[in-house]
Design a protein around this ligand. Structure first.
Ligand SMILES: *[C@@H]1O[C@H](CO)[C@@H](O)[C@H](O)[C@H]1NC(C)=O
Ligand SMILES: *[C@@H]1O[C@H](CO)[C@@H](O)[C@H](O)[C@H]1NC(C)=O
Ligand SMILES: *[C@@H]1O[C@H](CO)[C@@H](O)[C@H](O)[C@H]1NC(C)=O
Ligand SMILES: *[C@@H]1O[C@H](CO)[C@@H](O)[C@H](O)[C@H]1NC(C)=O
Ligand SMILES: *[C@@H]1O[C@H](CO)[C@@H](O)[C@H](O)[C@H]1NC(C)=O
Ligand SMILES: *[C@@H]1O[C@H](CO)[C@@H](O)[C@H](O)[C@H]1NC(C)=O
Ligand SMILES: *[C@@H]1O[C@H](CO)[C@@H](O)[C@H](O)[C@H]1NC(C)=O
Length: 320
């Protein structure tokens, strides 16, 4: 019966499609210390098939499935956590979130962020962001030859005094704040460090106006060092969505990891061309600026969700 056959074939096709709708993400902890990874999905769409927080002992990894329309997704690491007192809001010395082990909100600054939006038209967008500061070195690699996004250098160890974030009882620095979060300008609502107020566009918030930009970008050239860093060409990365890349996030990767470790194949493309177009686009400049989450040091209060990445993707899509 033709109808039955067609229906069966349709179901078969559907099963093939749903196979290709998932990516495999691997999160590995190559740090000598325990990291508690956390996942937050900033969009209302689909979410990874993984808890939003877990304990990662040194030199262990987990793999899970991520829908290929995962948007405004971020993964970060928390350090020095203690979940034994459920009434305590701040459970980790860096990267803490509400919800305890399993996060229900973005984490506290400072934290190095790995960000993805896989629904960006024909491309995956991803980056390592220092816009909310730094706590743990990390890198995003993939298995299809696209660029490596990274901040593999331990910025805690060399953090400028003015940016020092949480410390543990031995005095070790566990996080390094952005100039925005460190409140260096004294007015988060009108600050070139935060790209807010009169500095709220790509045209008015250039990297030269961001204090300590060269500290972050110089040490980690393949990371996002301030809200409008797409114009550097080495902040927001893209990978052809049809390649169905699987991604690996490594905490404490080798320090020589960089985009140049990606294969020389032409399959992967950097975000440089698109980003330049986006930054130059007048319509892009009219979009809302990326927010900086300002939080007093040591406070358990949750910062507002920083929409840096989402806005960058919106700017890019607008320009495409
Ligand atoms: C991604 O990983 C899955 C599961 O390991 C595998 O089936 C798939 O072929 C991988 N994709 C690519 C592009 O290698
Ligand atoms: C992380 O450590 C594992 C086990 O030691 C090793 O196999 C892997 O290559 C390391 N990953 C990176 C990116 O260095
Ligand atoms: C748990 O945390 C709360 C809030 O910080 C504190 O008042 C309480 O003493 C803590 N309990 C224990 C057993 O540490
Ligand atoms: C503070 O952090 C350092 C570096 O991670 C670590 O070696 C030390 O044991 C920590 N001290 C305490 C009291 O946790
Ligand atoms: C930022 O600094 C200004 C000026 O010193 C101060 O008035 C303000 O309270 C600070 N904001 C925060 C959130 O610490
Ligand atoms: C922001 O500050 C600058 C000078 O620092 C000032 O010229 C400008 O008017 C301020 N903008 C707003 C919106 O307050
Ligand atoms: C890749 O990294 C190298 C060295 O860090 C840098 O010089 C180069 O511009 C980067 N390439 C791209 C396409 O961003």
């Amino acid at each position: 019966m033709p109808f039955v056959m067609n229906y069966a074939f349709f179901v078969y096709l559907l099963s093939l499609i749903s196979f290709s709708l998932a990516r495999t993400f691997t999160v590995e902890n190559n740090c000598s210390y325990t990291v508690w990874p956390a996942i937050y999905t900033g969009s209302s769409g689909s979410t990874p098939d993984q808890a939003t927080g877990w304990e990662a002992q040194p030199y262990t990894s987990v793999s899970f499935s991520v829908p290929d329309d995962w948007a405004s997704g971020r993964i970060w690491g928390r350090t020095a956590c203690d979940f034994s007192n459920s009434s305590t809001g701040q459970t980790c010395l860096s990267g803490s979130c509400s919800g305890g082990l399993e996060c229900t909100a973005p984490g506290d600054t400072p934290a190095t962020l790995a960000e993805w939006t896989l629904s960006g038209g024909s491309a995956d967008y991803y980056d390592v962001s220092l816009v909310d500061g730094f706590n743990v070195p990390l890198a995003i690699t993939n298995n299809v030859g696209c660029s490596v996004a990274s901040c593999p250098v331990d910025l805690d160890a060399i953090c400028p005094t003015a940016l020092i974030g949480p410390t543990n009882t031995s005095g070790a620095v566990l996080g390094c704040e952005s100039a925005c979060d460190a409140n260096l300008s004294g007015d988060a609502s009108n600050s070139s460090n935060c790209c807010t107020g009169s500095y709220g566009t790509a045209a008015t918030c250039t990297s030269s106006g961001v204090e300590y930009y060269s500290f972050f970008k110089g040490n980690c050239p393949d990371a996002y060092a301030y809200a409008y860093d797409e114009s550097s060409g080495t902040a927001l990365w893209t990978c052809d969505a049809s390649l169905n890349a699987n991604y690996t996030l490594t905490f404490c990767p080798p320090t020589d990891i960089s985009n140049s470790t990606a294969s020389a194949s032409a399959t992967g493309t950097s975000g440089a061309a698109g980003a330049t177009t986006a930054a130059a686009s007048p319509s892009a400049a009219q979009l809302a600026p990326a927010a900086c989450s300002l939080k007093p040091k040591g406070s358990a209060e949750q910062p507002t969700y920083t929409s840096t990445f989402r806005n960058a993707v919106r700017r890019m899509l607008h320009a495409l």
